[in-house]
Structure formats: structure tokens, C-alpha cells
Design a protein around this ligand. Structure first.
Ligand SMILES: *[C@@H]1O[C@H](CO)[C@@H](O)[C@H](O)[C@H]1NC(C)=O
Ligand SMILES: *[C@@H]1O[C@H](CO)[C@@H](O)[C@H](O)[C@H]1NC(C)=O
Ligand SMILES: *[C@@H]1O[C@H](CO)[C@@H](O)[C@H](O)[C@H]1NC(C)=O
Ligand SMILES: *[C@@H]1O[C@H](CO)[C@@H](O)[C@H](O)[C@H]1NC(C)=O
Ligand SMILES: *[C@@H]1O[C@H](CO)[C@@H](O)[C@H](O)[C@H]1NC(C)=O
Ligand SMILES: *[C@@H]1O[C@H](CO)[C@@H](O)[C@H](O)[C@H]1NC(C)=O
Ligand SMILES: *[C@@H]1O[C@H](CO)[C@@H](O)[C@H](O)[C@H]1NC(C)=O
Length: 466
């Protein structure tokens, strides 16, 4: 199923390794890697499938990349472990706009990044049946990272023994949790928009969409939702779905979930102005709200953020692993661990009340079926928060960053609680999810504190590396 074109290269690199000076634990020096010929090239790591069963010897191939453009193999330096989340990876951070690259350049760090198990080319199984998905847990993923980075780091010539983790969103939570679980392996973590608080009935998400949209835009979005509901309830569902190119969403719940998500993602990813300004304009001038919204979904959302097809229950029921597809895997993670079910709040909702707990519970059932004992998958978010700490994640040297308009910030850290866990909020219009790492695709409004937050982050990193 997985071809391994570059195993040979790894073997050659392995042959030229030498065992030189003693090295402080946990990184004995092997000195085999002294340059990466092509940073966009991926390599394979042979990973343990089940870190919690000594009798299960199975392994799978996991992809990784590394960017050593800023690392001086003669002088040595730290490693930044960039943690990936719920999707395929296309390469290591390498754009000059990317904060991870800015930090690596300033610190002379080598960036290494591992694809998350079950996503992209790193799936242990070709068939993503519910049974086969059982090794898809955040705890397994954290063990993957530890296993991998310990092995990788000992091959890097003159690595100084200091690892910083960086992640955003779900992988931001993994970054914080990695520091909790493996404090002896890292010196600190950046959790950008790290969704560390598993919330079952996540109505606060929609409320923050409304807050960030602003009153006029929130009203316009509610009007679009209401009009769409009228179509569906009067038997004209297909007509409006066709208008949005969403005919594949046969189930009305899926359609309303998509409609809500396409609005929320505009805010979440910093396209506030592209979403809101035309709608407010149409609302104030008796324009056609649905046509205006359809234009946004075609020209902004559809171009940058997704396709309606992925929202269909039938799409997610398909168990064939596809390196481009991530929806079934992510739904598995929310239906078993995190919830984050973005239900309609009882008042002032942007989204349709069709998107409620009944929808989510039914969706987990439809997509993953009944278990052997007749029950269905459903997350115990309280247990997850007991395990990791939820919004009281109590570690040391963890930086939390948020975007002021990001609805996901409601499931992250909102108050500084511990002395060595600073919280920085990047504040502006269009400051969305992971804004400190990626900036604002739609343009951050001025003034904003993006560069101050990056500078603060970098100076804290420097103290960790002293
Ligand atoms: C680097 O690797 C990428 C991905 O495999 C490949 O497309 C590209 O041709 C390689 N570039 C060079 C110069 O070898
Ligand atoms: C590190 O080097 C050893 C051989 O010295 C090799 O077996 C291993 O695969 C390497 N690990 C990584 C992640 O490159
Ligand atoms: C459609 O959206 C594009 C991109 O946001 C915008 O440039 C264009 O003016 C919009 N057209 C209409 C008719 O609203
Ligand atoms: C299931 O997904 C695979 C991989 O994307 C695709 O080739 C296949 O056509 C899909 N099956 C159905 C019934 O849609
Ligand atoms: C809850 O969602 C279900 C499925 O989407 C829908 O049939 C039901 O009417 C919703 N309940 C309310 C109170 O809106
Ligand atoms: C933690 O999250 C809960 C919601 O799950 C919220 O009620 C509480 O205020 C939050 N606590 C802090 C310190 O942010
Ligand atoms: C960030 O730091 C750089 C280098 O130390 C400095 O030149 C720049 O003025 C700082 N920017 C802000 C906004 O603090």
C-alpha cells in the first residue's frame, strides 16, 4: 500500500554514521545526518502501532520531513518539533511568512515534522473501519512523537539536546500535552490556538462566531440561515442546496452543518471582511442575501477552505483510506475523545437549530455504526479533561496563543493561571485561528500586536535555550 522510495537514502545515511563523543541523556550521539539534500522530500519512520500493548508487535510507516536550512551542523543547535494534526502534510514549515520558520532562523534550529497517524500517507490501515480506527487516539499520537523525535534527534550532528514543540489547533493541544507527558524530552512548547478543553456541548463556539462577526454581520448570517431553513421546511431543499452547489448533502442536518461551518470558517480563518462586508451591503440595500452568500461560498470558502461533499454522512461512511481525505478520521476523534460539538445556542444562534446534540449523536452513530455490545461511539470529554487538565493544563514552559476572533479560543486557555504558562492574544479584525503562526490570510487590521506576540514568543524560546 505504501511505497518507500527513500528508504535507500536513509540506509546510505545510516552507513556513514560514526559514534564520537559521549552525549548527555536522553540523546546519545550517533552523528549520521549532516545535511538534508531536499527539504521537500519526505522520509519514513517505522512506528509502533500500539504503544500500550507489549504483546502487539505491529508497526506502520509514518512520514516525516525536516528543514535544516537554518541549522549549522558545525555549530549545532536546537530542534523545533513541528506537530501536525488532522490532515495530510505537504512538507515541513518552509515559507518565510510562517512563524515556525522565523523562529528557526532566529534560533539556528532544525525543524522536523511528523505526519499524524491515520492521516495522509501515514495510515496503518487501508481500510478505516471503526475496528481499525481504534489506535487513533491522542495518547498514541503523543507516543509516536516521543518515539520518533528521540530516534531522529540522536542522528543529528551537534544537536544541543534541546527540543521545542510547536503546534496549532488540535496539534497545539498536542504540543501542550507533549510537554506535560514528556517534560524530560522538551524544554518547552508553543500551543497556538491549542484546543486543550474538550467540550461536549460546545455552544460557545457559535456565540463567539457571532461576537467576532459583529452585530450587523451576525444579523446578516442569521438571515441567510433563516431563509435557508424556510426553503428546506417548505420542501424546496434541493433548490437551495443547488444554489450553493451542495446537492450532495442529501440529509438536511448535514446541509445545515455545512452552512454553519462555511460561515464559521470564514471567521475562524480570518476571512471576516470577505464574508461580512458583501452580506451587510446586501442586507442594507435589499440585495439578494442568498446569492451574495452563494458567491462567498464559491469564491472565498470554496477556494480556500473546502467542498460541501466532505460534509455528507455518506462521504464519511466510506472506509477506504485516501491520502487526501481526513473527515472520517477527525469525526472518529471527536466522537471518541473531544466532542467540541458545535451546537446551536438556545438564543442568538447563527446556525440552524438543526445542528444540535441529536444531530451530532446521530452522526457519530451513522458514520461509525453500532459497537459489538450494541452501544455507539460517544466521547467522555470529562475523562479527557481529567487526564490532560482541560483549561487548567498545569505544566511548565508552555506558551498559549490565541486569535481574538477565533471561535476555537473558547475551547482553549482564556486566563493565565500558571507562572510559566504565558498567554498571548493576537488582537485585530481577521485575527483568527493560529494567527500567530500563519498571520491573517485576509489581512490583519491595523493596529495589531502580531509582531509583538511573535517577538515575545521568540524571547521566551531564547530563555528556554540558555
Ligand atoms: C525534492 O523532493 C520533491 C518531493 O519528492 C520532488 O518533487 C523534487 O523534485 C525534489 N527536488 C530535487 C531538486 O530533487
Ligand atoms: C537514525 O539512525 C539510525 C541508524 O543509525 C536509523 O536506524 C534510524 O532509522 C534513524 N532514525 C531516523 C528517524 O532517521
Ligand atoms: C463575488 O465574490 C468575489 C470574491 O469575494 C467578489 O470579488 C465579487 O465582487 C463578488 N460578486 C458579487 C456579484 O457579489
Ligand atoms: C470511497 O473512497 C474511495 C477513495 O477516495 C473512492 O475511490 C471510492 O469511489 C469511494 N466509494 C464510494 C462508494 O463513494
Ligand atoms: C435537532 O436536530 C434534529 C436533526 O438535525 C432535528 O430533526 C430536530 O428538529 C432538531 N431539534 C430542534 C429543537 O431543532
Ligand atoms: C473552563 O471551561 C469551562 C467550560 O468548559 C468554563 O465554564 C470555565 O469558565 C473555564 N475556566 C477557565 C479558567 O477558563
Ligand atoms: C521585534 O524584534 C525585532 C528584533 O529584535 C525588532 O527589530 C522589532 O522592532 C520588534 N518588533 C516589535 C513589533 O516589537
Amino acid at each position: 500500500m505504501i511505497t518507500r522510495p527513500f528508504l535507500l537514502l536513509l540506509l546510505i545515511l545510516g552507513l556513514i554514521s560514526c559514534y564520537c563523543n559521549a552525549w548527555p541523556l536522553p540523546f546519545p550521539k550517533k552523528q549520521s545526518i549532516e545535511s538534508n539534500p531536499n527539504i521537500t522530500q519526505y522520509y519514513w519512520y517505522n512506528q509502533i502501532l500500539n504503544h500500550y500493548d507489549e504483546q502487539d508487535q505491529r508497526t506502520f510507516a509514518q512520514r516525516y520531513w525536516y528543514n535544516d536550512l537554518y541549522y549549522n551542523y558545525n555549530k549545532g543547535g536546537p530542534i523545533i518539533l513541528y506537530i501536525n494534526g488532522e490532515g495530510p502534510v505537504s512538507g515541513p514549515p518552509s515559507s518565510q511568512q510562517d512563524a515556525t520558520v522565523i523562529y528557526a532562523e532566529a534560533l539556528g534550529a532544525l525543524i522536523v515534522t511528523l505526519e499524524h497517524r491515520y492521516y495522509g500517507n501515514s495510515s496503518p490501515f487501508q481500510d478505516l473501519s471503526t475496528e481499525n480506527l481504534k489506535f487513533l487516539t491522542s495518547q498514541q499520537a503523543l507516543n509516536d512523537l516521543a518515539n520518533f523525535v528521540l530516534d531522529f534527534a540522536q542522528n543529528i550532528t551537534n544537536f544541543n539536546g534541546k527540543i521545542i514543540t510547536i503546534g496549532g489547533s488540535y496539534s497545539g493541544a498536542l504540543s501542550a500535552w507533549f510537554r506535560l507527558k514528556f517534560p524530560h524530552i522538551t524544554v518547552g512548547a508553543l500551543a497556538s490556538s491549542g484546543v486543550v478543553n474538550a467540550i461536549l456541548d460546545f455552544t460557545a463556539f457559535d456565540e463567539w462566531v457571532a461576537h467576532s462577526a459583529g452585530n450587523d454581520c451576525a444579523d446578516a448570517l442569521r438571515l441567510v440561515t433563516k431563509t435557508a431553513e424556510l426553503y428546506v421546511l417548505s420542501g424546496n431543499g434541493l433548490k437551495i442546496k443547488t444554489m450553493f452547489n451542495a446537492q450532495t448533502l442529501v440529509e438536511d442536518g448535514d446541509f445545515f452543518y455545512w452552512l454553519a461551518d462555511s460561515m464559521a470558517e470564514g471567521i475562524q480563518y480570518g476571512f471576516h471582511d470577505q464574508l461580512c462586508l458583501p452580506l451587510i451591503n446586501a442586507m442594507n440595500n435589499n440585495g439578494d442575501m442568498l446569492a451574495t452568500y452563494a458567491n462567498y461560498t464559491a469564491n472565498v470558502w470554496g477556494v480556500y477552505l473546502g467542498t460541501p461533499a466532505e460534509y455528507a454522512t455518506s462521504w464519511q461512511q466510506n472506509t477506504t483510506h485516501d491520502i487526501e481525505k481526513a473527515d472520517r478520521q477527525w469525526w472518529y476523534q471527536v466522537c471518541t475523545e473531544f466532542g467540541y460539538f458545535q451546537n446551536a445556542p438556545s438564543s442568538g444562534s447563527i446556525r440552524s437549530s438543526f445542528v444540535n446534540m441529536t444531530y451530532h449523536k446521530d452522526h457519530c452513530l451513522q458514520v461509525f455504526g453500532l459497537l459489538k455490545d450494541g452501544s455507539q461511539l460517544w466521547p467522555d470529554t470529562e475523562a479527557v479533561n481529567y487526564y490532560y487538565g482541560g483549561n487548567h493544563t498545569a505544566g511548565t514552559n508552555i506558551i498559549f496563543t490565541e486569535g481574538s476572533q477565533d471561535p476555537w479560543s473558547r475551547s482553549s486557555i482564556l486566563h493565565e493561571e500558571y507562572a510559566t504558562e504565558p498567554l498571548f492574544v493576537v488582537t485585530c479584525e481577521n485575527c483568527g485561528h493560529c494567527v500567530d503562526l500563519r498571520g491573517c490570510p485576509g489581512g490583519c487590521s491595523e493596529p495589531n500586536n502580531l509582531f509583538e506576540v511573535r517577538n515575545e514568543t521568540l524571547s521566551i524560546f531564547s530563555t528556554w535555550l540558555e
